[in-house]
Design a protein around this ligand. Structure first.
Ligand code: PEP
Ligand code: MN
Length: 339
C-alpha cells in the first residue's frame, strides 16, 4: 500500500503516522521527494482500512498495490485448488459437469433426470429445493422435502448433490444432507450467510452476483475461506448489462481473469446466462474453450411444464448431444472429464 503525504506536511505528523502503521505490524519505507513524502507499507495490509486512512488531513492519496484478499489469492497459492465435491473432483485439470433441473418437483422427475444426466456423463446432480424467485407468487421450491428427494436421487445414482442454501437457519440441515452448498447470485454478498457456510465442512459453489466485479466476487469467497472453509468453487452465471435480448450476459473474460487472480476453480452456468435453451450449447462450448473447470447446466425431462426456468432447460436428449461435444473439447484443451 502506498500513502502519499500532502506537500509541506510537518515531520512530526509523518512520524505519528509511521508509528501508527508500525503498531499495526507493518513495515514502513519512507521516500522523501522534492514536494512530498511517500510511505510504502509492507506486510499484511488486508485488514488496513483505506477509507479510514484517507480521512487524515495530511494525506493526499492512498493506493493499494496488492489485493485485499489473501486466502483466495493465486499469489500466495500458485497451484490450482482441487475441490473434492462428494465423489467428484473440480479444478486442477479435472472438468466436472453439474446438471439437473432448476427445481426439484417430484420424486419421479428428479430421479429420471438424475439417471439421464448421469448416463450422458454429468458427475454431479443439481436441483433447487429452496428457490430465490423474483416474485413471491412464483413457485418457491419444495423446501426441506426437496432435499430428501435429492437424497433419493443420490441413492439411485450415486451422484453427489448440489443445491442452494438461502438462509443461515438451514445450515445444519445442509451440512447433514448436501454434498455441495450453492450460494446463489442474489446472496453473493449476504455476508452473514457467507460467514456461516464458512464454518461448515461442505464445499461451496459461489455464484457471481448479478452486478458484481471480479474483486467483489473473490472477496465473498474470502469471507467463506476466512472462517475456515477453503473449498470454494466460483461460478460465473452471467451479469446484468444494457443488453435485454438475453437474460444476462455471459462474461467469458471472467474465466481467464479470475483464474489468474485466484487459485479457486471456476465453473460456468450457461443456462442462467442466456435464459434460452438454444443458446446453452454455444455458450457452454465457449466456456470450455476459455478455460472453465466445469459447467452447470439445467436439464428437465419436460421443459414446457417445468415449475421454474423451463425456457432455458435442455431436454435430456439435447444434453446428451451437448455432452458429446463438451467431452471432445475438454480432451482438446488437455483436461479430464470427471466421472
Ligand atoms: C439456480 O442455479 O437455479 C439459480 C437460481 O441461479 P442464480 O443464483 O445464478 O440465479
Ligand atoms: Mn434456474
Amino acid at each position: 500500500m502506498v500513502v502519499v503525504m500532502r506537500p509541506g506536511t510537518e515531520q512530526r505528523e509523518i512520524d505519528k503516522l509511521v508509528a501508527q502503521f508500525q503498531l499495526q505490524g507493518l513495515q514502513v519505507g519512507i521516500t522523501n521527494g522534492v514536494d512530498c513524502t511517500i510511505l510504502g507499507l509492507v506486510g499484511d495490509t488486508t485488514a488496513v482500512d483505506m477509507d479510514k486512512i484517507s480521512i487524515n488531513e495530511h494525506i493526499e492519496r492512498v493506493m493499494r498495490v496488492s489485493e485485499p484478499y489473501k486466502r483466495a489469492n493465486r499469489k500466495f497459492h500458485p497451484e490450482d485448488t482441487v475441490v473434492t465435491a462428494g465423489s467428484a473432483l473440480v479444478g486442477g485439470g479435472n472438468f466436472a459437469v453439474i446438471a439437473g433441473p432448476c427445481s426439484v418437483e417430484s420424486q419421479e422427475q428428479i430421479i429420471a433426470v438424475a439417471r439421464d444426466v448421469q448416463t450422458s456423463g454429468a458427475s454431479l446432480l443439481r436441483g433447487g429445493a429452496f428457490k430465490p424467485r423474483t416474485s413471491p407468487y412464483s413457485f418457491q421450491g419444495m423446501g426441506a422435502p426437496g432435499l430428501d428427494l435429492l437424497l433419493e436421487a443420490k441413492a439411485a445414482t450415486g451422484m453427489p448433490i448440489v443445491t442452494e442454501l438461502m438462509s443461515p437457519k438451514y445450515c445444519q440441515l445442509f451440512e447433514d444432507k448436501v454434498d455441495v452448498i450453492q450460494i446463489g447470485a442474489r446472496n453473493m454478498q449476504n455476508f452473514d450467510l457467507l460467514k456461516e457456510v464458512g464454518k461448515l465442512s461442505k464445499p461451496v459453489l459461489l455464484k457471481r452476483g448479478l452486478s458484481n466485479s471480479y474483486e467483489e466476487w473473490i472477496m465473498s469467497a474470502e469471507y467463506i475461506m476466512s472462517e475456515g472453509n477453503e473449498n470454494v468453487i466460483l461460478c460465473e452465471r452471467g451479469i446484468r448489462t444494457f443488453e435485454t435480448y438475453t437474460r444476462n450476459t455471459l462474461d467469458v473474460s471472467a474465466i481467464p481473469a479470475v483464474k489468474r487472480m485466484s487459485h479457486l476453480p471456476v465453473v460456468v452456468d450457461p443456462s442462467h446466462s442466456a435464459g434460452m435453451y438454444w443458446m446453452v450449447e454455444p455458450l457452454a462450448l465457449a466456456a470450455v474453450a476459455a478455460g472453465a473447470d466445469g459447467l452447470l447446466i439445467e436439464v428437465h425431462n419436460d421443459p414446457a411444464h417445468a415449475l421454474c426456468d423451463g425456457q432455458q432447460s435442455l431436454t435430456p436428449e439435447h444434453f446428451a448431444r451437448l455432452m458429446g461435444k463438451v467431452s471432445a473439447l475438454v480432451d482438446l484443451v488437455g483436461k479430464r472429464m470427471v466421472k
